[in-house]
Write a protein that binds this ligand. Sequence first.
Ligand SMILES: [Zn+2]
Length: 152
Amino acid sequence: MSKSVKYCESCSGKNKASAKFCDDCGKAFDKSKKAVQDKSPSTEKGSGLEVISLITSIFGFTCLPGIGFIIAIVTGLMSPNPKENKYTKAGITIGSFGLIIPSFILGFLGIIFGALEATDDLIWMLILGIIAVIGSGVGLFFFIKWMKKPAE
Ligand SMILES: [Zn+2]
């Protein structure tokens, strides 16, 4: 994450935002001057994948059902700092829940219909339903695991 720092006017030494005197030359800081944000290059520079991740996650709802969400997750994870970028965080979150929620609901409905009409014709519904519910659970597990993982 970016740290709040300020630079000395006389020697350009890097100091904490709360510092009253420069660590390098001892010059007193002007209190009226605001600390500037120290933007580390890793979080500032993007590879373009961040925006693709967010855009495809939104397309997942419309013209690219399923595929859009998958592309959003893959491009988000491929970007340099997915956990520190708001676009990839949003893209991966939307993509994950865009896949997890429908597969859970459809899987659940499949189990209900398949179990109610447990004929040979509808047994595939039961099987697909169980697979979809398990799949959504696995997806949720990996999403939570990724969210809890500290940023690099
Ligand atoms: Zn100084």
